[in-house]
Design a protein around this ligand. Structure first.
Ligand SMILES: Nc1ncnc2c1ncn2[C@@H]1O[C@H](COP(=O)(O)OP(=O)(O)OP(=O)(O)O)[C@@H](O)[C@H]1O
Length: 509
Protein backbone atom coordinates (compact mmCIF):
# COMPACT_ATOMS: atom_id res chain seq x y z
CA UNK A 1 0.00 0.00 0.00
CA UNK A 2 1.48 3.35 -1.03
CA UNK A 3 1.11 6.55 0.93
CA UNK A 4 -1.88 7.60 -1.12
CA UNK A 5 -3.80 4.31 -0.85
CA UNK A 6 -6.49 3.61 1.72
CA UNK A 7 -7.33 0.20 3.23
CA UNK A 8 -9.44 -0.71 0.21
CA UNK A 9 -6.42 -0.12 -2.01
CA UNK A 10 -8.02 2.94 -3.67
CA UNK A 11 -5.49 5.60 -4.67
CA UNK A 12 -6.57 8.93 -3.23
CA UNK A 13 -7.82 11.37 -5.86
CA UNK A 14 -6.10 14.09 -3.87
CA UNK A 15 -3.97 13.74 -0.79
CA UNK A 16 -2.40 16.60 1.12
CA UNK A 17 -0.12 15.88 4.03
CA UNK A 18 1.11 18.15 6.81
CA UNK A 19 0.44 21.36 4.90
CA UNK A 20 1.39 24.65 6.59
CA UNK A 21 1.26 28.17 5.20
CA UNK A 22 2.01 31.58 6.72
CA UNK A 23 1.52 35.07 5.31
CA UNK A 24 3.38 38.01 6.84
CA UNK A 25 2.10 38.21 10.40
CA UNK A 26 -0.57 35.50 9.95
CA UNK A 27 -0.39 31.72 10.16
CA UNK A 28 -3.09 30.67 7.72
CA UNK A 29 -2.63 26.85 7.95
CA UNK A 30 -0.81 24.59 10.39
CA UNK A 31 -0.08 20.95 9.61
CA UNK A 32 -3.31 20.16 7.72
CA UNK A 33 -3.82 16.73 6.15
CA UNK A 34 -6.77 15.81 3.96
CA UNK A 35 -7.43 13.02 1.46
CA UNK A 36 -10.35 12.40 -0.85
CA UNK A 37 -10.97 9.03 -2.51
CA UNK A 38 -12.54 8.90 -5.98
CA UNK A 39 -16.28 9.62 -5.91
CA UNK A 40 -16.21 11.19 -2.45
CA UNK A 41 -17.89 14.48 -1.60
CA UNK A 42 -15.90 16.05 1.21
CA UNK A 43 -17.21 19.17 2.96
CA UNK A 44 -14.82 21.74 4.38
CA UNK A 45 -16.21 23.92 7.18
CA UNK A 46 -14.77 26.77 9.23
CA UNK A 47 -15.60 30.31 10.26
CA UNK A 48 -14.43 33.33 8.23
CA UNK A 49 -10.63 33.39 8.21
CA UNK A 50 -10.27 29.73 9.31
CA UNK A 51 -8.02 28.90 6.34
CA UNK A 52 -10.40 27.24 3.86
CA UNK A 53 -9.52 29.42 0.84
CA UNK A 54 -5.82 29.12 1.62
CA UNK A 55 -6.12 25.33 1.55
CA UNK A 56 -8.03 25.58 -1.74
CA UNK A 57 -5.27 27.78 -3.20
CA UNK A 58 -2.68 25.19 -2.20
CA UNK A 59 -4.66 22.26 -3.63
CA UNK A 60 -5.16 24.12 -6.92
CA UNK A 61 -1.50 25.13 -7.22
CA UNK A 62 -2.12 28.87 -6.75
CA UNK A 63 -0.13 29.07 -3.49
CA UNK A 64 2.84 26.93 -2.48
CA UNK A 65 2.76 25.43 0.99
CA UNK A 66 5.65 26.37 3.33
CA UNK A 67 5.67 22.75 4.51
CA UNK A 68 3.93 19.53 3.49
CA UNK A 69 3.00 18.24 0.05
CA UNK A 70 0.06 17.54 -2.25
CA UNK A 71 -0.43 14.45 -4.42
CA UNK A 72 -3.05 14.01 -7.10
CA UNK A 73 -3.87 10.40 -8.04
CA UNK A 74 -0.54 9.35 -6.54
CA UNK A 75 1.52 11.96 -8.41
CA UNK A 76 3.25 14.91 -6.75
CA UNK A 77 1.77 18.30 -7.56
CA UNK A 78 5.13 19.39 -8.92
CA UNK A 79 6.00 22.02 -10.02
CA UNK A 80 3.44 23.53 -7.66
CA UNK A 81 1.50 25.64 -10.18
CA UNK A 82 -2.12 26.00 -11.35
CA UNK A 83 -1.10 24.54 -14.73
CA UNK A 84 0.16 21.31 -13.10
CA UNK A 85 -2.97 21.09 -10.95
CA UNK A 86 -5.20 21.51 -14.00
CA UNK A 87 -3.20 18.96 -15.97
CA UNK A 88 -3.70 16.46 -13.15
CA UNK A 89 -7.45 17.11 -13.28
CA UNK A 90 -8.00 19.50 -10.35
CA UNK A 91 -10.67 22.08 -11.22
CA UNK A 92 -11.94 25.00 -9.17
CA UNK A 93 -15.25 26.83 -9.10
CA UNK A 94 -14.07 29.99 -7.30
CA UNK A 95 -15.98 32.06 -4.76
CA UNK A 96 -16.01 35.10 -7.04
CA UNK A 97 -17.45 34.88 -10.52
CA UNK A 98 -15.07 35.34 -13.44
CA UNK A 99 -17.22 35.05 -16.57
CA UNK A 100 -16.03 37.09 -19.53
CA UNK A 101 -19.04 39.42 -19.87
CA UNK A 102 -18.55 40.26 -23.55
CA UNK A 103 -18.26 36.65 -24.68
CA UNK A 104 -21.26 34.43 -25.31
CA UNK A 105 -22.35 31.83 -22.79
CA UNK A 106 -21.08 29.17 -25.25
CA UNK A 107 -17.61 30.72 -25.48
CA UNK A 108 -17.43 30.99 -21.70
CA UNK A 109 -18.42 27.35 -21.24
CA UNK A 110 -15.99 26.03 -23.87
CA UNK A 111 -13.16 28.48 -23.10
CA UNK A 112 -10.70 25.81 -22.02
CA UNK A 113 -11.13 23.61 -25.12
CA UNK A 114 -12.90 25.15 -28.11
CA UNK A 115 -14.02 22.43 -30.57
CA UNK A 116 -12.21 22.81 -33.92
CA UNK A 117 -12.98 21.81 -37.49
CA UNK A 118 -10.78 19.43 -39.50
CA UNK A 119 -8.79 22.49 -40.63
CA UNK A 120 -8.09 23.49 -37.06
CA UNK A 121 -10.53 26.42 -37.14
CA UNK A 122 -12.95 27.24 -34.37
CA UNK A 123 -16.53 26.86 -35.59
CA UNK A 124 -19.00 29.11 -33.82
CA UNK A 125 -21.82 26.67 -34.50
CA UNK A 126 -19.86 23.73 -33.07
CA UNK A 127 -18.99 25.76 -29.95
CA UNK A 128 -22.63 26.73 -29.45
CA UNK A 129 -23.95 23.25 -29.96
CA UNK A 130 -21.33 21.59 -27.70
CA UNK A 131 -21.94 24.20 -24.98
CA UNK A 132 -25.74 23.92 -25.23
CA UNK A 133 -25.53 20.15 -25.01
CA UNK A 134 -23.37 20.38 -21.90
CA UNK A 135 -25.67 22.97 -20.28
CA UNK A 136 -28.71 20.79 -21.03
CA UNK A 137 -27.02 17.72 -19.56
CA UNK A 138 -26.30 19.65 -16.37
CA UNK A 139 -29.89 20.91 -16.23
CA UNK A 140 -28.80 24.57 -16.57
CA UNK A 141 -31.60 26.45 -18.31
CA UNK A 142 -29.57 29.11 -20.18
CA UNK A 143 -29.35 29.77 -23.92
CA UNK A 144 -25.73 29.28 -25.06
CA UNK A 145 -26.00 32.12 -27.59
CA UNK A 146 -26.71 34.80 -24.94
CA UNK A 147 -24.08 37.34 -23.96
CA UNK A 148 -22.71 36.24 -20.56
CA UNK A 149 -22.74 39.80 -19.19
CA UNK A 150 -26.54 39.93 -19.63
CA UNK A 151 -27.15 36.99 -17.29
CA UNK A 152 -28.07 37.24 -13.62
CA UNK A 153 -25.37 36.57 -11.02
CA UNK A 154 -26.86 33.12 -10.37
CA UNK A 155 -26.93 32.21 -14.07
CA UNK A 156 -23.31 33.35 -14.41
CA UNK A 157 -22.39 31.09 -11.49
CA UNK A 158 -24.06 28.12 -13.24
CA UNK A 159 -22.27 29.00 -16.50
CA UNK A 160 -18.99 28.90 -14.59
CA UNK A 161 -19.97 25.53 -13.17
CA UNK A 162 -20.59 24.36 -16.74
CA UNK A 163 -17.15 25.69 -17.75
CA UNK A 164 -15.24 23.88 -15.00
CA UNK A 165 -17.09 20.64 -15.72
CA UNK A 166 -16.85 20.86 -19.53
CA UNK A 167 -13.74 18.68 -19.40
CA UNK A 168 -13.36 15.62 -17.20
CA UNK A 169 -12.29 16.48 -13.65
CA UNK A 170 -10.60 14.19 -11.17
CA UNK A 171 -11.14 16.61 -8.31
CA UNK A 172 -13.62 19.47 -8.34
CA UNK A 173 -13.26 22.17 -5.69
CA UNK A 174 -16.41 24.21 -5.07
CA UNK A 175 -15.73 27.31 -2.94
CA UNK A 176 -19.05 28.44 -1.41
CA UNK A 177 -20.89 27.58 -4.64
CA UNK A 178 -24.39 28.47 -3.41
CA UNK A 179 -23.51 31.98 -2.18
CA UNK A 180 -25.34 33.62 -5.11
CA UNK A 181 -27.84 30.84 -5.88
CA UNK A 182 -31.45 30.46 -4.78
CA UNK A 183 -33.84 27.48 -4.45
CA UNK A 184 -34.01 25.95 -7.93
CA UNK A 185 -30.43 26.79 -8.87
CA UNK A 186 -29.15 25.16 -5.69
CA UNK A 187 -30.97 22.00 -6.78
CA UNK A 188 -29.28 22.19 -10.20
CA UNK A 189 -25.91 22.46 -8.47
CA UNK A 190 -26.70 19.55 -6.13
CA UNK A 191 -27.72 17.45 -9.15
CA UNK A 192 -24.40 18.21 -10.85
CA UNK A 193 -22.42 17.28 -7.74
CA UNK A 194 -24.31 13.99 -7.35
CA UNK A 195 -23.81 13.10 -11.01
CA UNK A 196 -20.08 13.84 -10.80
CA UNK A 197 -19.77 11.73 -7.67
CA UNK A 198 -21.47 8.84 -9.46
CA UNK A 199 -18.87 9.06 -12.25
CA UNK A 200 -15.96 8.94 -9.80
CA UNK A 201 -15.07 12.64 -9.53
CA UNK A 202 -14.11 13.73 -6.01
CA UNK A 203 -15.63 16.97 -4.79
CA UNK A 204 -14.26 19.26 -2.10
CA UNK A 205 -17.26 21.35 -1.05
CA UNK A 206 -16.74 24.52 0.99
CA UNK A 207 -19.81 25.97 2.62
CA UNK A 208 -21.15 27.86 5.60
CA UNK A 209 -24.46 25.99 5.32
CA UNK A 210 -24.77 22.87 7.42
CA UNK A 211 -27.87 21.63 5.61
CA UNK A 212 -25.81 21.48 2.40
CA UNK A 213 -23.22 19.35 4.16
CA UNK A 214 -25.88 16.90 5.30
CA UNK A 215 -27.59 16.89 1.91
CA UNK A 216 -24.46 16.19 -0.11
CA UNK A 217 -21.29 15.21 1.70
CA UNK A 218 -19.81 11.84 2.66
CA UNK A 219 -16.99 13.22 4.83
CA UNK A 220 -16.48 16.53 6.60
CA UNK A 221 -13.40 18.38 7.85
CA UNK A 222 -13.50 21.41 10.14
CA UNK A 223 -10.71 24.01 10.21
CA UNK A 224 -10.32 26.51 13.03
CA UNK A 225 -7.57 29.14 13.16
CA UNK A 226 -5.73 27.28 10.42
CA UNK A 227 -5.70 23.90 12.18
CA UNK A 228 -7.71 20.79 11.44
CA UNK A 229 -9.89 20.32 14.52
CA UNK A 230 -12.39 17.68 13.38
CA UNK A 231 -12.70 15.12 10.61
CA UNK A 232 -15.48 12.56 10.41
CA UNK A 233 -17.94 10.77 8.21
CA UNK A 234 -21.15 12.82 7.84
CA UNK A 235 -23.23 9.78 8.83
CA UNK A 236 -21.50 9.80 12.24
CA UNK A 237 -22.10 13.43 13.22
CA UNK A 238 -24.81 16.05 13.70
CA UNK A 239 -25.23 19.80 13.32
CA UNK A 240 -24.57 20.70 16.97
CA UNK A 241 -21.33 18.71 17.03
CA UNK A 242 -20.11 20.34 13.84
CA UNK A 243 -20.98 23.84 15.11
CA UNK A 244 -19.14 23.18 18.36
CA UNK A 245 -16.01 22.47 16.32
CA UNK A 246 -16.44 25.39 13.92
CA UNK A 247 -16.68 27.97 16.71
CA UNK A 248 -14.34 27.94 19.69
CA UNK A 249 -16.81 29.81 21.88
CA UNK A 250 -20.47 28.93 22.20
CA UNK A 251 -22.34 30.41 19.34
CA UNK A 252 -24.73 33.10 20.46
CA UNK A 253 -27.73 32.50 18.27
CA UNK A 254 -30.26 33.46 20.91
CA UNK A 255 -33.50 35.01 19.86
CA UNK A 256 -33.22 38.30 18.10
CA UNK A 257 -35.15 40.55 20.42
CA UNK A 258 -36.93 43.30 18.62
CA UNK A 259 -38.10 46.61 19.87
CA UNK A 260 -41.86 46.98 19.41
CA UNK A 261 -42.48 48.30 15.94
CA UNK A 262 -43.23 52.00 15.77
CA UNK A 263 -46.56 53.06 14.31
CA UNK A 264 -46.40 53.46 10.54
CA UNK A 265 -45.45 56.94 9.49
CA UNK A 266 -45.08 58.48 6.06
CA UNK A 267 -42.89 56.33 3.81
CA UNK A 268 -39.26 57.45 3.60
CA UNK A 269 -39.01 56.02 0.08
CA UNK A 270 -41.52 54.88 -2.52
CA UNK A 271 -41.62 53.46 -6.02
CA UNK A 272 -44.66 54.68 -7.98
CA UNK A 273 -45.42 52.76 -11.15
CA UNK A 274 -41.76 52.21 -11.86
CA UNK A 275 -40.62 50.26 -14.91
CA UNK A 276 -36.95 49.51 -15.52
CA UNK A 277 -34.69 46.88 -17.09
CA UNK A 278 -35.14 43.65 -15.13
CA UNK A 279 -38.83 44.34 -14.36
CA UNK A 280 -41.74 43.02 -16.40
CA UNK A 281 -44.50 45.17 -14.85
CA UNK A 282 -44.69 48.54 -13.07
CA UNK A 283 -43.67 48.26 -9.40
CA UNK A 284 -45.35 50.12 -6.54
CA UNK A 285 -43.66 49.87 -3.17
CA UNK A 286 -43.24 51.85 0.05
CA UNK A 287 -40.41 51.76 2.57
CA UNK A 288 -41.13 53.05 6.07
CA UNK A 289 -38.74 54.40 8.71
CA UNK A 290 -37.91 51.81 11.38
CA UNK A 291 -38.87 48.73 9.37
CA UNK A 292 -37.01 45.89 7.71
CA UNK A 293 -38.57 45.27 4.31
CA UNK A 294 -37.41 42.00 2.73
CA UNK A 295 -37.52 41.47 -1.03
CA UNK A 296 -37.77 37.77 -1.56
CA UNK A 297 -37.55 35.95 -4.87
CA UNK A 298 -35.29 33.75 -6.96
CA UNK A 299 -32.49 35.24 -9.05
CA UNK A 300 -33.90 37.13 -12.01
CA UNK A 301 -37.21 37.81 -10.22
CA UNK A 302 -36.56 41.55 -10.07
CA UNK A 303 -35.46 41.87 -6.43
CA UNK A 304 -32.00 43.17 -7.35
CA UNK A 305 -33.56 45.60 -9.85
CA UNK A 306 -35.78 47.06 -7.11
CA UNK A 307 -32.83 47.32 -4.69
CA UNK A 308 -30.77 49.13 -7.33
CA UNK A 309 -33.66 51.48 -8.17
CA UNK A 310 -33.96 52.48 -4.50
CA UNK A 311 -30.19 52.93 -4.22
CA UNK A 312 -29.87 55.08 -7.36
CA UNK A 313 -27.84 52.36 -9.05
CA UNK A 314 -30.47 51.72 -11.77
CA UNK A 315 -32.58 54.32 -13.57
CA UNK A 316 -36.34 53.99 -13.95
CA UNK A 317 -37.67 54.07 -17.51
CA UNK A 318 -41.09 55.31 -16.41
CA UNK A 319 -42.64 56.08 -13.03
CA UNK A 320 -41.03 57.72 -10.02
CA UNK A 321 -38.61 56.86 -7.24
CA UNK A 322 -39.40 59.13 -4.29
CA UNK A 323 -37.36 60.05 -1.24
CA UNK A 324 -39.46 61.77 1.43
CA UNK A 325 -42.05 62.60 -1.19
CA UNK A 326 -39.63 64.28 -3.64
CA UNK A 327 -37.86 62.71 -6.65
CA UNK A 328 -34.92 60.65 -5.36
CA UNK A 329 -31.40 61.19 -6.75
CA UNK A 330 -30.89 59.28 -10.00
CA UNK A 331 -27.25 58.37 -9.47
CA UNK A 332 -25.54 56.16 -6.92
CA UNK A 333 -23.33 58.96 -5.59
CA UNK A 334 -26.29 61.34 -5.35
CA UNK A 335 -28.31 58.75 -3.45
CA UNK A 336 -25.37 58.07 -1.10
CA UNK A 337 -25.05 61.77 -0.32
CA UNK A 338 -28.81 61.88 0.34
CA UNK A 339 -28.36 59.15 2.98
CA UNK A 340 -29.19 55.98 1.05
CA UNK A 341 -26.65 53.26 1.88
CA UNK A 342 -26.19 50.31 -0.47
CA UNK A 343 -24.43 46.97 -0.06
CA UNK A 344 -24.59 45.28 -3.48
CA UNK A 345 -24.48 41.52 -3.94
CA UNK A 346 -21.16 41.69 -5.76
CA UNK A 347 -18.77 43.24 -3.27
CA UNK A 348 -16.08 43.75 -5.90
CA UNK A 349 -18.43 46.16 -7.64
CA UNK A 350 -18.78 48.20 -4.47
CA UNK A 351 -15.26 49.39 -5.04
CA UNK A 352 -13.39 47.84 -2.16
CA UNK A 353 -9.86 49.18 -2.54
CA UNK A 354 -8.05 45.92 -1.98
CA UNK A 355 -4.57 47.41 -1.51
CA UNK A 356 -5.77 50.01 1.01
CA UNK A 357 -6.25 49.46 4.73
CA UNK A 358 -9.47 48.46 6.45
CA UNK A 359 -9.71 51.96 8.00
CA UNK A 360 -9.42 53.65 4.65
CA UNK A 361 -11.99 51.35 3.10
CA UNK A 362 -14.47 51.97 5.90
CA UNK A 363 -14.08 55.73 5.60
CA UNK A 364 -13.84 55.80 1.84
CA UNK A 365 -17.39 54.51 1.66
CA UNK A 366 -19.43 56.53 -0.83
CA UNK A 367 -20.99 58.66 1.91
CA UNK A 368 -17.72 59.55 3.64
CA UNK A 369 -15.92 62.73 2.77
CA UNK A 370 -13.54 63.73 5.53
CA UNK A 371 -11.42 60.68 6.27
CA UNK A 372 -8.29 62.17 4.70
CA UNK A 373 -8.00 64.79 7.37
CA UNK A 374 -8.91 62.60 10.29
CA UNK A 375 -6.85 59.41 10.17
CA UNK A 376 -7.25 58.77 13.89
CA UNK A 377 -11.03 59.02 13.70
CA UNK A 378 -11.01 56.72 10.69
CA UNK A 379 -8.92 54.22 12.63
CA UNK A 380 -11.17 54.34 15.69
CA UNK A 381 -14.28 54.11 13.56
CA UNK A 382 -12.93 51.13 11.67
CA UNK A 383 -12.06 49.33 14.93
CA UNK A 384 -15.60 49.92 16.18
CA UNK A 385 -17.02 48.65 12.95
CA UNK A 386 -14.87 45.54 12.94
CA UNK A 387 -15.80 44.74 16.52
CA UNK A 388 -19.48 45.29 15.80
CA UNK A 389 -19.33 43.02 12.79
CA UNK A 390 -17.40 40.46 14.87
CA UNK A 391 -14.48 40.50 12.44
CA UNK A 392 -11.63 38.27 13.54
CA UNK A 393 -9.00 40.96 13.07
CA UNK A 394 -8.79 44.14 15.09
CA UNK A 395 -5.81 45.50 13.15
CA UNK A 396 -7.53 48.02 10.92
CA UNK A 397 -4.28 49.05 9.24
CA UNK A 398 -4.13 45.72 7.37
CA UNK A 399 -4.84 45.86 3.65
CA UNK A 400 -8.26 44.55 2.70
CA UNK A 401 -6.62 42.12 0.24
CA UNK A 402 -5.22 40.21 3.22
CA UNK A 403 -8.70 39.53 4.64
CA UNK A 404 -10.63 36.35 3.94
CA UNK A 405 -13.65 36.69 1.61
CA UNK A 406 -16.19 36.75 4.44
CA UNK A 407 -14.26 39.41 6.34
CA UNK A 408 -14.11 41.59 3.20
CA UNK A 409 -17.91 41.39 3.09
CA UNK A 410 -17.99 42.62 6.70
CA UNK A 411 -15.94 45.66 5.73
CA UNK A 412 -18.47 46.52 3.00
CA UNK A 413 -21.25 46.21 5.56
CA UNK A 414 -19.22 48.10 8.17
CA UNK A 415 -18.90 51.14 5.90
CA UNK A 416 -22.55 51.85 6.32
CA UNK A 417 -22.57 51.21 10.05
CA UNK A 418 -20.05 54.02 10.34
CA UNK A 419 -22.33 56.51 8.61
CA UNK A 420 -25.71 57.88 9.44
CA UNK A 421 -27.88 56.94 6.50
CA UNK A 422 -31.66 56.92 6.72
CA UNK A 423 -32.22 54.04 4.29
CA UNK A 424 -29.90 51.04 3.99
CA UNK A 425 -30.39 48.72 1.02
CA UNK A 426 -28.59 45.38 1.22
CA UNK A 427 -28.49 42.74 -1.53
CA UNK A 428 -27.67 39.31 -0.07
CA UNK A 429 -25.82 40.94 2.86
CA UNK A 430 -24.60 37.78 4.53
CA UNK A 431 -23.58 35.63 1.54
CA UNK A 432 -20.21 34.15 2.47
CA UNK A 433 -20.44 35.37 6.08
CA UNK A 434 -20.24 32.67 8.77
CA UNK A 435 -23.21 31.89 11.00
CA UNK A 436 -21.81 33.63 14.09
CA UNK A 437 -21.21 36.89 12.25
CA UNK A 438 -24.57 36.62 10.50
CA UNK A 439 -26.38 36.96 13.79
CA UNK A 440 -24.12 39.85 14.86
CA UNK A 441 -25.06 41.61 11.61
CA UNK A 442 -28.78 40.89 12.13
CA UNK A 443 -28.57 42.45 15.61
CA UNK A 444 -26.86 45.54 14.19
CA UNK A 445 -29.56 45.93 11.55
CA UNK A 446 -32.35 45.60 14.13
CA UNK A 447 -30.62 48.20 16.35
CA UNK A 448 -30.48 50.56 13.39
CA UNK A 449 -34.19 50.14 12.66
CA UNK A 450 -34.94 50.76 16.36
CA UNK A 451 -33.23 54.12 15.82
CA UNK A 452 -35.52 54.84 12.86
CA UNK A 453 -33.46 53.70 9.90
CA UNK A 454 -35.31 51.89 7.10
CA UNK A 455 -33.63 48.68 6.00
CA UNK A 456 -34.37 46.91 2.70
CA UNK A 457 -32.90 43.43 2.38
CA UNK A 458 -32.81 41.33 -0.78
CA UNK A 459 -32.37 37.77 0.37
CA UNK A 460 -32.81 34.25 -0.87
CA UNK A 461 -32.20 32.89 2.63
CA UNK A 462 -35.55 32.14 4.27
CA UNK A 463 -34.01 31.93 7.74
CA UNK A 464 -32.59 35.41 7.24
CA UNK A 465 -35.96 36.74 6.13
CA UNK A 466 -37.79 35.26 9.13
CA UNK A 467 -35.11 36.59 11.51
CA UNK A 468 -35.26 40.13 10.18
CA UNK A 469 -38.29 41.14 8.17
CA UNK A 470 -41.31 43.13 9.29
CA UNK A 471 -42.76 42.91 5.81
CA UNK A 472 -41.89 40.65 2.89
CA UNK A 473 -42.57 41.61 -0.70
CA UNK A 474 -42.34 38.54 -2.91
CA UNK A 475 -41.26 38.93 -6.53
CA UNK A 476 -41.63 36.47 -9.38
CA UNK A 477 -40.71 36.92 -13.04
CA UNK A 478 -39.99 40.64 -12.77
CA UNK A 479 -43.09 41.75 -10.87
CA UNK A 480 -44.24 42.00 -7.26
CA UNK A 481 -46.55 39.07 -6.68
CA UNK A 482 -47.41 39.06 -2.96
CA UNK A 483 -46.85 40.85 0.32
CA UNK A 484 -46.81 38.98 3.63
CA UNK A 485 -46.17 39.75 7.28
CA UNK A 486 -42.54 39.00 8.18
CA UNK A 487 -43.22 37.85 11.73
CA UNK A 488 -45.76 35.20 10.79
CA UNK A 489 -44.54 33.92 7.41
CA UNK A 490 -42.81 30.55 7.08
CA UNK A 491 -40.17 29.26 4.67
CA UNK A 492 -42.80 26.96 3.17
CA UNK A 493 -45.14 29.88 2.49
CA UNK A 494 -42.34 31.94 0.90
CA UNK A 495 -41.24 29.02 -1.25
CA UNK A 496 -44.81 28.49 -2.48
CA UNK A 497 -45.25 32.20 -3.18
CA UNK A 498 -42.01 32.34 -5.15
CA UNK A 499 -42.88 29.45 -7.43
CA UNK A 500 -43.91 30.70 -10.88
CA UNK A 501 -47.64 30.75 -11.50
CA UNK A 502 -49.38 29.34 -14.53
CA UNK A 503 -49.55 32.92 -15.89
CA UNK A 504 -45.75 33.38 -15.54
CA UNK A 505 -45.14 30.12 -17.36
CA UNK A 506 -47.52 31.02 -20.18
CA UNK A 507 -45.91 34.45 -20.61
CA UNK A 508 -42.48 32.84 -20.73
CA UNK A 509 -43.53 30.60 -23.64
N1 LIG B 1 -2.73 37.21 0.73
C1 LIG B 1 -2.82 37.22 2.07
N2 LIG B 1 -2.00 37.99 2.82
C2 LIG B 1 -2.07 38.01 4.17
N3 LIG B 1 -2.95 37.27 4.89
C3 LIG B 1 -3.78 36.47 4.21
C4 LIG B 1 -3.78 36.40 2.77
N4 LIG B 1 -4.73 35.51 2.38
C5 LIG B 1 -5.32 35.06 3.51
N5 LIG B 1 -4.76 35.63 4.60
C6 LIG B 1 -5.11 35.37 6.01
O1 LIG B 1 -5.08 33.97 6.23
C7 LIG B 1 -6.14 33.57 7.11
C8 LIG B 1 -7.00 32.51 6.41
O2 LIG B 1 -7.73 33.14 5.36
P1 LIG B 1 -8.65 32.32 4.34
O3 LIG B 1 -8.99 33.25 3.20
O4 LIG B 1 -7.99 31.04 4.00
O5 LIG B 1 -9.95 32.06 5.24
P2 LIG B 1 -11.33 31.35 4.85
O6 LIG B 1 -11.53 30.22 5.82
O7 LIG B 1 -11.35 31.02 3.42
O8 LIG B 1 -12.39 32.50 5.18
P3 LIG B 1 -13.82 32.91 4.45
O9 LIG B 1 -14.85 31.99 5.00
O10 LIG B 1 -14.05 34.31 4.97
O11 LIG B 1 -13.63 32.86 2.98
C9 LIG B 1 -6.92 34.84 7.45
O12 LIG B 1 -6.42 35.32 8.69
C10 LIG B 1 -6.55 35.80 6.33
O13 LIG B 1 -6.64 37.13 6.77
Amino acid sequence: MTDSNDQSGKTAAIDCRGVSKAYPGVTALTDVSLRLVPGEVHALLGENGAGKSTLVKILTGVERPDRGHVRVAGRDLHPHTPVTARRLGVRLLPQERHVAPDLSVAENVMLGGLPRTGLGLVSGRAVRSAAQQHLDTLGVDVDASYRAGDLTAAQQQLVELARVTARPARVLVLDEPTASLAGDEVEVLFGVVRRLRATGTSVLYISHHLHEVFALADQVTVLRNGSLVHQTSVADTDAETLLSHVFAADLDRGRLDRAPRAARTEPVMALRGVTAPGLSAPVNLEVHPGEVLALSGPAGSGTTAVAELLAGARRPVTGQVLLRGAPAPRTRSGAASAGIGFVPADRKRDGLLLERSISENVWLGPAATSWLHRPRRAHEGACRVLAAARASTTDSTRPVRSLSGGNQQRVVFGRWLATSCSVLVLDQPTAGVDIGAKFAIYRQLLDLTAQGMAVVVVSSDYEEISALADRVVVMTAGRTSAEVDGASTTPEELFALESPTERDLQEAL
